[in-house]
Design a protein around this ligand. Structure first.
Ligand SMILES: Cc1ncc(COP(=O)(O)O)c(C=O)c1O
Length: 402
């Protein structure tokens, strides 16, 4: 028998499997009410429209839809994405856009292009596990930055950056999800966004702004204007995605970045997959060209707005005084913080035995904290099951005072 260990690269030895995927088995048991998923609800997918468009592009545009395409993506879709981004007040044209195989590939490409082993990436506490996976896979070191309900805490960001610099190390990147963050559901305030950019200037690092949830807004007052919209110094690499508003099976995300970086990302992408799936891109392209996207976004918002209300009301009823949770003004998640004596990882078996599942918070914290937290999604279950799920959750946790 060959021992493959000696063949593995240094980076492969730094790979970290997703702590969340380990919960997949409990997510699909119909007896268990699941707050544990991270995926959009299939009821929001415009399946009939997609089927019609798919049939049409396959029959009528085979030379594009079934062929290799440009690494940066289908030109007309790049135009549509630039229009979407300008609608978000980002000053860009199609030449500033590269389409990726979901924004997850964008994270991998950016990490591959910018990170050497031992480079430091600053991440929010908590943060998205798919982001940290991409950075760990390049043998980077991750340092956590505190958040509160307004997003990244500036003095924590400056302090961590200063500490890394004092240790003779280089902070290359900050990874942030300012709009309805996964997992916390938080929205970073606009003044915090300005402060983050000032600190990036002061400590000379680049910023990955990951924005897959910015269109999923459920309240009037939320200002989701991206950091990228005020990026005078050109430090921000902006990532977007059609996954949450259209369908994640159409693996379609994008990067908006300065030309000198975009050309490097293009070469990394050539090595990864030559181009993103042309059938997926052709479908998304036609959907956008028909002007369907705004209507679809309205439908998706209405769908989740109701569910979010049901979950927040149930939490208010059963967890008031025993836990705190984020307001989830957009996105797919609320984040619950329980008494410090609680360990949500240890309680997961008891919860599943009571017929309810959640994602323990600890894996989202790179500093090993967050053991008394959990991520809840309102995306998956019916209103009745959301209410019943909170009752079950309360039977497991609500006895400990916060
Ligand atoms: C914050 C964040 N970034 C990126 C992704 C990846 O999305 P996709 O690759 O489907 O665009 C997700 C998926 O859940 C996410 O939550």
């Amino acid at each position: 028998m060959i021992s493959y260990e000696s063949f593995l690269s240094r980076d492969a030895n730094a790979f970290r499997p997703s702590a969340i995927r380990a919960f997949a088995r409990i997510m699909n048991d119909p007896n268990v009410i699941s707050f544990a998923g991270g995926a959009p609800n299939p009821e929001t997918f415009p399946a009939e429209q997609i089927a019609t468009i798919a049939g049409q592009v396959i029959r009528e545009k085979r030379a594009t839809a079934l062929q290799y395409g440009p690494t940066r993506g289908l030109p007309r879709l790049c135009e549509s994405i630039a229009t979407i981004c300008r609608g978000r007040r980002i000053d860009c044209t199609a030449a500033d856009v590269s389409i990726t195989t979901g924004s997850q590939q964008a994270l991998d490409i950016v990490a591959h292009t910018l990170l050497d082993p031992g480079d430091v990436v600053l991440v929010e506490l908590p943060t998205y596990i798919g982001g940290t996976a991409s950075f760990y896979a390049r043998s980077a070191e991750l340092a956590g930055v505190e958040q509160d309900d307004d997003g990244i805490v500036p003095h924590s960001l400056a302090e961590v950056a200063a500490r890394v610099r004092a240790a003779g190390r280089r902070v290359k990147l900050l990874y942030t999800i300012p709009n309805f963050q996964n997992p916390s559901g938080r929205l970073m305030s606009q003044s915090r966004r300005s402060e983050v950019l000032e600190i990036a200037d002061r400590y000379d690092f680049l910023v990955i702004e990951d924005d897959p949830y910015g269109e999923l807004v459920y309240v009037e007052h939320a200002d989701t204007t991206p950091l990228k919209s005020r990026d005078a110094a050109q430090r921000v690499i902006y990532l977007g995605s059609f996954s949450k508003v259209l369908a994640p099976g159409l693996r379609c995300g994008w990067i908006v970045a300065p030309p000198a970086l975009l050309s490097r990302f293009e070469i990394a992408k050539q090595a990864a997959d030559l181009c993103s799936g042309m059938l997926d891109q052709s479908i998304v392209d036609e959907f956008c060209a028909r002007g369907e996207l705004p209507r679809q976004i309205d439908k998706v918002r209405a769908f989740y707005r109701g569910k979010r209300g049901v979950l927040l009301d149930a939490l208010e009823q059963h967890f008031r005084g025993t836990a705190e949770w984020t307001s989830a003004d957009g996105g797919l998640f609320t984040f619950l913080t329980l008494d410090p004596s609680v360990d949500t990882t240890e309680s997961i078996d008891a919860a599943v035995a009571s017929g309810v599942a959640y994602i323990p918070g600890a894996p989202f914290f790179v500093d090993g904290s967050g053991r008394n937290t959990m991520r809840l999604t309102f995306a998956k279950e019916s209103d009745d099951r959301l209410r019943e799920g909170v009752v079950r959750l309360a039977s497991v946790f609500a006895t400990t005072k916060c």
